[in-house]
Write a protein that binds this ligand. Structure first.
Ligand code: ADP
Ligand code: MG
Length: 703
């Protein structure tokens, strides 16, 4: 990080006690290149030396414990890969076995019988005998007896062999910290913030995060560290936004013209919800401002994003610009193409569809018409952003369910328009918890469709097991009798694709037995099918030619068949929360009561049960997204992995929402007063930002 000219910028091998061999290992194994990196590789745990348990107590609790005692016996058993070290460890209350399956020989040499050791680990009850496998272990010398919390550092097999286990690393860090002077760790936050939030200085923070004297000190130091990480990220994102607004001009869509007005007054099949109206106002303001719009439109499944997208594209057309609407799958893109074509029928608007499966002459014609400016709206898959697609005047780029697109793909959109970048609208039905939205999309403006069209009833959701299957089938029969349609979804993941497809096939055949032709029609759709076959199957379902659609998750996003009222999800425990919510969103689109039945096995893991509970209890995408964040952690949330926004050392987006909010607020305050960070009191902050956050700015600019 930010170290200036000091010992900290020197190569790691120059550190006393490291040298070339260990230096090389630290580089390779832990990415520690410079001496200063030692400081930023934070302890992942602390041992409270004052909290020593006894073997007797440890046997009654299965929590990890710290024990003080000595080894009374040790022996190596087995040979080759089966070789293991078994030692007997005792304190004044009892004894237990300690086992090592790796590096048995090294450890055997290292352990001295009769000497005092501290060990940390979790007791296991192995057929009535207690043992600990691979505990953390440390010789108890004068030096290790301290009153404070002792840091534990990560290590690796190779490092341990070279004496750089946690203890070895601790020694080096301690040595380094003793040498440090305040100017080695220059302050990066302005004084008013530090005093207002009662932070330690940056220097003290680092010292205390490695060697805290108490839990309070540790918390205080970690809080500053968390704040720093979140604050500079916010500052970076907000600054990128301010800069973009200053420098990137946008096309002005000033006109609300004939096309839009005709559509609004004559074609719109319903009145807009208040939320849709509000969002349209927000978007129109952006597109009329002379700046480039960069807006995220969040709206739960069924909230009516498509019509918003269409109206934006009509505005573009009124102002002489073309638009592109990109969807993650061919099925979804085609559906958009069809429904939008129907909606604008009779208007003087030319729409084209493009995907990878459109080739040869048809493709050439589409491209030609786009380039000549005859086509107003292009709808398609990511084929629409390929470099050979040229526009006469691209003014608006919309991505639907954008979490399926990488940042690079969105960046590609920018290159399509030579004068200014097109306005960008990013639509997603995966509600993003606010903390994540602020972090991943912190430089986008956000609009929310927080209202469903009138008349929608919440989908009733229940979990069922194999024992209920015949009842579930009876229910399906009764719904079909009422003229409704049914989805049956099977999981499909790459790792077990063959097995999954077999499951789907079995399920299909079983259904054929229960719902025989010709009274019933059942179709199958899965990702291995040709696009055209998929499309036909989908269309057949839409046209009510089939009552049951058996499918993998290809229908997950966007598919709209309001007459479908039952969603059965097989092996529901294998799906993530966001996916379950998306799938369920395929029903409940019409006026009829809809149902979602989650078929699971009888035995479920704790997290699976928690997920299913959430989905049964709530229909609210934001509630589900928050739960998802808590259950899975931020790294897995859709589309956020590649953003690089989560490489925090101390901060945690689940736990540190309050700190994030404060950081965001303070960053906003500062930038309102001093947008370019030119004020003298902001100089160190600005310098820190430009040196430490440079690489991150590159991705933020294009998101
Ligand atoms: P999503 O936000 O999930 O993409 P869609 O745009 O597919 O939702 O809309 C879902 C359904 O709701 C569509 O059938 C659409 O025609 C309908 N719809 C959208 N807006 C309204 C509205 N204001 N009133 C009634 N129905 C609407
Ligand atoms: Mg949609």
């Amino acid at each position: 990080m930010f170290q200036g000219d000091s010992i900290l910028t020197q190569p790691i091998e120059y550190m006393k006690g490291v040298g070339p061999v260990r230096g090389e290992l630290l580089r390779k194994e832990l990415g520690i290149h410079r001496i200063g990196d030692l400081l930023w590789d934070l302890p992942f745990r602390y041992i409270d030396k004052s909290e020593i348990s006894t073997i007797r107590i440890a046997k009654t609790s299965m929590e990890p414990v710290q024990l003080k005692g000595k080894f009374t016996d040790k022996r190596i058993e087995g040979t080759g890969p089966k070789k293991r070290l078994i030692a007997t460890f005792e304190d004044s209350t009892g004894e237990l076995e300690i086992l090592w399956f790796q590096r048995a020989k090294d450890i055997d040499q290292w352990i001295i019988l009769g000497k005092p050791y501290l060990i940390y680990g979790k007791l296991q009850d192995f057929r009535g005998k207690y043992n600990i496998v691979h505990p953390e272990i440390e010789e108890l010398s004068q030096e290790t007896v301290s009153t404070g919390l002792e840091p534990v550092y990560s290590s690796s097999e190779k490092l341990v062999v070279r004496g750089l286990d946690s203890k070895g690393r601790r020694k080096i860090v301690k040595q380094l910290i003793i040498q440090l002077r305040p100017h080695d760790i220059p302050e990066n936050l302005p004084e008013p913030i530090i005093s207002k939030l009662r932070f330690y200085s940056r220097f003290d923070t680092l010292k205390k995060i490695h060697f805290p004297n108490s839990q309070e000190e540790l918390t205080k130091a970690r809080n500053r560290m968390k704040f720093e990480e979140l604050f500079f990220l916010q500052l970076m994102l907000l600054r990128a936004k301010v800069k973009r607004e200053e420098t990137v001009k946008g096309f002005v869509f000033g006109e609300v013209g004939h096309v839009f007005n005709t559509f609004y007054t004559k074609h719109l099949p319903f009145s807009l919800t208040e939320a849709q109206k509000r969002v349209m106002r927000e978007i129109r303001k952006d597109m009329g401002s002379g700046h480039q719009m960069n807006r995220l439109l969040q709206g739960d499944v069924g909230s009516g994003k498509t019509i918003v997208a269409l109206m934006c594209m009509l505005l573009a057309a009124d102002n002489g610009f073309q638009s592109v609407l990109m969807a993650p799958t061919e099925v979804l893109a085609m559906q958009h193409y069809k429904s939008i074509s129907e909606l604008v029928e009779g208007l003087d608007i030319k729409i084209a569809f493009l995907s990878g499966s459109i080739t040869g002459n048809p493709r050439a014609e589409i491209l030609e018409s786009l380039k000549a400016g005859r086509t107003h709206i292009l709808i398609g898959t990511h084929a629409v952003i390929m470099e050979w697609v040229e526009f006469a005047a691209l003014g608006l780029a919309i991505t639907d369910e954008q979490h399926r697109f990488g940042v690079a793909q969105r960046a590609q959109m920018w290159t399509k328009s030579p004068l200014h970048p097109p306005h960008v609208l990013v639509m997603t039905a995966t509600p993003i918890p606010r903390t994540l939205a602020l972090t991943v999309y912190g430089d986008l403006d956000v609009s929310v469709l927080d209202e469903l069209p009138p008349g929608r009833k919440p989908v009733l959701t229940q979990q069922r097991t194999e024992a209920h299957r015949s009842k579930v089938m009876e229910f399906v029969r009764s719904e079909i009798k009422k003229g409704r349609q049914v989805y049956v979804i099977y999981p499909l993941i790459e790792e077990s694709e063959k097995l999954d497809l077999e499951n789907l096939q079995d399920g299909y055949e079983r259904l054929l037995g229960i719902f025989p032709r010709p009274d019933y029609q059942i179709t199958v759709v899965h990702g291995r099918m040709k696009a055209q076959d998929k499309e036909e199957a989908m269309q057949g379902f839409k046209d009510l030619k089939t009552q049951i659609m058996v499918s993998t998750t290809v229908i997950e996003v966007g598919v709209n068949v309001p007459n479908a009222t039952v969603m059965i999800i097989e092996n529901a425990e294998r799906f993530g929360l966001a996916q379950l919510h998306q799938l369920r969103g395929r029903v409940g689109r019409g006026a009829d009561q809809s149902y979602c039945i989650l078929m699971t096995s009888y035995k479920l893991s704790k997290t699976a049960r928690e997920r299913l509970d959430v989905i049964c209890k709530s229909n609210d995408g934001f509630v589900i997204a928050e739960a998802d964040l808590k259950l899975r952690g931020p790294g897995d949330i859709a589309g956020t992995k590649q953003s690089g926004a989560f490489e925090f050392k101390a901060a945690n987006l689940v736990e540190d929402q309050a700190i994030l909010k404060t950081a965001r607020m303070i960053a906003e305050e500062i930038l309102t007063r001093d947008p370019a960070l030119r004020a003298p009191e902001h100089a160190t902050m600005a310098r820190f930002l430009s040196t430490e956050y440079k690489y991150k700015q590159d991705w933020s600019r294009i998101s």
